[in-house]
Every structure is written in structure tokens, then in C-alpha cells.
Design a protein around this ligand. Structure first.
Ligand code: NDP
Length: 479
């Protein structure tokens, strides 16, 4: 099966007629082919998006709302097909795609379809002498580049506010997980999204992503992915003064105080460590436990983790499926080896898992817990992005704050304590864009989402995203 680009309202092959292999991570086998698009395809997509902009930017908010709601409805109608496709492409359990990825993709579209109806801009009264008001205008043609870990979820999270604000879009999903973006383009056609409003171009980051970044006419880029790729994009985009929203890597602390609700902290920590095979930018990969409960927590945690089932993503009893690619599996295994070189002890896991039959070449890895490392070793400083966590004791609030803040990242942190004052103090002192207290991954789509330090620049979510995808003009009228 050949995936196609979605340009100017039509599904078409790349100009060069070249395709790349698309692997099923559960079997390690090629199961479809992706357009190996080039700058030429981006130029075509740009023409289509530019032609569509004058009309789309002048549609009423109500019209944009209606077509986006049809898209959301169709995502829900195709729920099972999309969930299976996401699992086949990414290796995640179908159960996870069914409960998280696909419902959230529909929610993203619906959320921004309705948000635009409520979006208002400021006015500033100069004590009666003059009145200022802010006009919020769509930017023009914008770029959205997304990663492989939550494919349709993050793809729609960017596209929805861009479209709702009246922009036309060139979007690139990860080359590793293109399938649901392709199915999404079919949904957009069926929903009647006018041609050229959204253009989806598949291919390698170094070709397609780089061509989006370098294109003079694309005035804003919303990117989610690795910190190194973010740096490359920022370097190319800065001299053109493009607007950039960069959602990058993380090395998130999960801080467990002795006064926590033990059972809740334990249950949620298993999820926050290993959901999606640990391939969520928000996963807590460094677990810090206050010394009085360290041994108790460690024993209970390891017991629970060692019972997790790594298996066929189609099997509803599997807790973990396959890692996204062979390359990524090797990278994660490399970090397990590094942790041991650095003096770490593997408490559970650490090995590749070999399943039978059709799954024999899949990318499976045991959920792994490592103890005995210092907070500042490479294993505890670099993003692994797999089913690997470290566990360490701490003695004081100040000490754990220093440990938590010691990395170059600052995306998300979790704090477990029944003392709400302590929770508030920690939230104030942690260098992190998001702090969860006594929960994890609880998301209100209106809230600012993003990281500090090398975890990114800018915030997505709610009106932040609509502000990003619009240009303000201040109009000052003398009274
Ligand atoms: P990458 O940075 O490798 O890729 C992200 C996207 O950028 C892909 O579509 C990729 O294409 C594309 N790309 C690659 N090179 C370039 C380039 N030179 N110019 C423009 N685009 C390019 O990240 P991963 O896909 O490996 O995703 C994992 C990373 O994403 C982790 O670091 C994770 O923390 C981060 N992430 C951050 C989130 C956040 O909200 N902060 C959420 C989810 C993930 P291709 O795949 O074809 O190479």
C-alpha cells in the first residue's frame, strides 16, 4: 500500500515518484510505503496553501467551526480503524490508541473549533483620550511538524489551532509513523475542508522538514520533537524572523515524598514510567523517593513493574507493545548498557524480549528499573525516551529540588505529597513548564503546555495556541 501526499485537496504521489519503506514495529516488517517527498513537493504544497489563504482566512468563524466539527465526528466514526492503524504504525497497544490517541485527536479538533468562537482580543482605554484595540489576524501559510510517539494526537494538536485561526497549513508527520496522518487527509476530504487549506507532505525530516523550515513564505512553524532538531530549526528560521513554537525533549522528575498517598503514587508511577513504552515526552524517567519510604516504595514498584506484560500490541492484556523502530530500540538498549557502566544496578528488566511467530522480529524491551546512580550521571541527564527509569533516595525538599532541576530540560514534573503547602512550594521551585501534584497526565486543554530550558520555547494549549497562530495589530483611535 502506498501512502500519498495531500496537496491542493487531492491525494497525490510525490513528484519524484520515490517511496520509503514503512515498518510495523510489532513484526519488524515493511507493510506500506511513504512518499519520499522533496523541496519540490513542499513548493507545490506552498502554492496550494497560498492560493487557499485569501478565501479561508475570510471564512466566518462559524464556517471554520462547522467543517472542523465534521472532521472531529469522522475521527470518532473511524475510531476503530484509526486506533488499529496507529498501533500498527507505532507499536503501541491498540488499547492505548483506542483510549488515548484517537479520542484525544477528535477532542483537539473539537476543542479549537469551539475555542475560536470564544476567542476575544484586548482593548485598552487611555482614560477617555483614546482607545486601543487589538486585531488578531491569521498569519498566512504556516508549518506544523510533529513526532512519532503520539502521531495523530500531536499532529491534530498543532493543525487544529492553526486552521481555526484562519491560516492555511503545510504539515509533516514523522516519517516513522505516517499512516494516521494519511487517513486524516482522507477524512478532511470527506468532511469538505476546502482544497489547499491543509496540505500534508510525507517524507524525511532532513528533506521535507528542512524544506518547510527554510521556505521564505512559511511565516510560522509549530514543531514538536527532539531538542537537537529544534536547535536546527531555530538556526535556520531565526534569520527569517519566523514565529516559532518549539516543544522539545524532557527528562522529567517524579518526586515521591514520605507523606504521599502511597498506593496512588505507586499505581500512577507505573503508568507515568511505562505508558506508551515510556515514549511520552511527559513520562517521569527519574524517580526520587524520600528516604523513609524508599525501600518500601522500591520493592512495591519493582514487584508491579515485573508483572507488566510486554506483548502483541493487538492483545488487550499487553501493557507494553513494541518500541517504534529498530534504531530506537538500539538507542534505548545503549542507555541500559551505559547505566551499568556508570554503576547502576538493574532491579528489573534490562533485556530485549523475543516473541514468537510473526512477532519474532519486533522491537520489544522489558520495562527496566535502575538503582544506584548519581543524579548527575549521563543516564540521569540525557533523554532516553523508552521504558527505562532510574530510582534514587533523597533526604530533603531542597536536595530533591536541586536533583530535579539539575538537567538541561524542564518539561514536566510530578510531586506526590499530602501536604499541599509543600506541593505549592515545590511547584514554585521546580524549573518546569508543567507540575502535576498527586496526578500525572491530567490535561485541561485550556492550560499552557510547554517547557522551559532546553525543553522548548513558547506554549501551546487554549488561547496560547490561537495567539501563536495569529498576528496582533494594535489599533489606536483618538477620541
Ligand atoms: P525528531 O526531532 O527526530 O523529529 C520530529 C519531527 O521533526 C519529525 O517529523 C521529523 O521527521 C522532523 N525532522 C527531523 N529532522 C528535521 C529537520 N532537520 N528539519 C525539520 N524537521 C525535521 O523527534 P522524534 O520524532 O524522534 O520524537 C521524539 C522527541 O520528541 C523526543 O525528544 C520527545 O521528548 C519529543 N517530544 C516532545 C514533546 C513535547 O510536547 N515537548 C511531545 C512529544 C515528543 P522524521 O521523523 O521524518 O525524521
Amino acid at each position: 500500500m502506498n501512502i500519498q501526499n495531500y496537496i491542493g485537496g487531492a491525494l497525490i504521489n510525490p513528484k519524484g515518484e520515490l517511496f520509503l519503506d514503512n515498518y510495523n514495529p510489532a513484526t519488524g516488517k515493511v507493510y506500506s510505503y511513504i512518499p519520499d517527498s522533496t523541496e519540490e513537493d513542499i513548493n507545490n504544497a506552498f502554492k496550494a496553501a497560498k492560493n487557499a489563504f485569501p478565501t479561508w482566512s475570510k471564512t466566518t468563524k462559524e464556517e471554520r467551526f462547522k467543517v472542523m466539527m465534521r472532521i472531529a465526528d469522522l475521527i470518532e466514526e473511524r475510531h476503530d480503524e484509526l486506533a488499529l492503524a496507529e498501533s500498527t504504525d507505532n507499536g503501541k497497544p491498540v488499547k492505548l490508541a483506542s483510549h488515548v490517541d484517537i479520542p484525544r485527536a477528535a477532542s483537539n479538533i473539537r476543542f479549537f473549533a469551539t475555542a475560536i468562537l470564544h476567542y476575544a482580543s484586548e482593548s485598552h482605554d487611555m482614560d477617555g483620550a483614546a482607545i486601543n484595540y487589538t486585531l488578531r489576524k491569521p498569519i498566512g501559510v504556516v508549518g506544523c511538524i510533529s513526532p512519532w510517539n503520539l502521531p495523530l494526537y500531536l499532529f491534530t494538536w498543532k493543525i487544529a489551532p492553526a486552521l481555526a485561526a484562519g491560516n492555511t497549513v503545510i504539515a509533516k508527520p514523522s516519517e516513522v509513523t505516517p499512516m494516521t496522518a494519511y487517513l486524516f487527509s482522507k477524512i478532511c476530504i470527506e468532511a469538505g475542508l476546502p482544497e489547499g487549506v491543509l496540505n500534508i507532505v510525507h517524507g524525511l525530516g532532513a528533506n521535507v522538514g528542512a524544506a518547510i523550515t527554510a521556505h521564505e513564505g512559511i511565516k510560522a512553524i509549530s514543531f514538536t520533537g527532539g531538542t537537537e532538531t529544534g536547535k536546527t530549526i531555530a538556526k535556520v528560521a531565526a534569520p527569517m524572523f519566523k514565529k516559532l513554537s518549539l516543544e522539545l525533549g524532557g527528562k522529567n522528575p517524579n518526586i515521591i515524598f514520605a507523606d504521599c498517598d502511597f498506593e496512588q503514587a505507586l499505581r500512577t508511577s507505573v503508568m507515568s514510567s511505562f505508558a506508551n513504552q515510556g515514549q511520552i515526552c511527559l513520562c517521569g524517567s527519574r524517580i526520587f523517593v524520600e528516604r523513609p519510604i524508599y525501600e518500601k516504595f522500591k520493592t512495591a514498584f519493582v514487584a508491579k513493574v515485573s508483572r507488566l506484560k510486554v506483548g502483541d500490541p493487538n492483545d488487550p492484556t499487553s501493557n507494553l507493545g513494541a518500541l517504534v523502530s529498530k534504531e530506537h530500540l538500539e538507542k534505548v538498549k545503549g542507555y541500559i548498557a551505559l547505566a551499568q557502566e556508570e554503576g547502576g544496578t538493574i532491579l528489573t528488566g534490562g533485556n530485549q524480549v523475543y516473541l514468537d511467530g510473526a512477532l519474532a522480529d519486533g522491537n520489544y524491551l522489558e520495562p527496566t528499573v535502575i538503582e544506584g546512580l548519581s543524579y548527575n550521571c549521563r543516564t540521569n541527564q540525557e533523554e532516553i525516551f523508552g521504558p527505562v527509569v532510574t530510582i534514587m533516595p533523597f533526604d530533603t525538599e531542597e536536595e530533591v529540588t536541586d536533583f530535579a532541576n539539575s538537567t538541561e530540560y524542564g518539561l514536566a514534573a510530578t510531586v506526590w505529597t499530602q501536604d499541599i503547602s509543600k506541593g505549592n512550594r515545590m511547584a514554585a521551585n521546580l524549573q518546569s513548564g508543567i507540575v502535576w501534584v498527586n496526578c500525572w497526565l491530567l490535561r485541561d486543554l485550556r492550560t499552557p503546555f510547554g517547557g522551559v530550558k532546553n525543553s522548548g520555547v513558547g506554549r501551546e494549549g487554549g488561547f496560547n495556541a490561537l495567539n501563536f497562530f495569529t498576528e496582533p495589530t494594535n489599533v489606536c483611535i483618538k477620541v
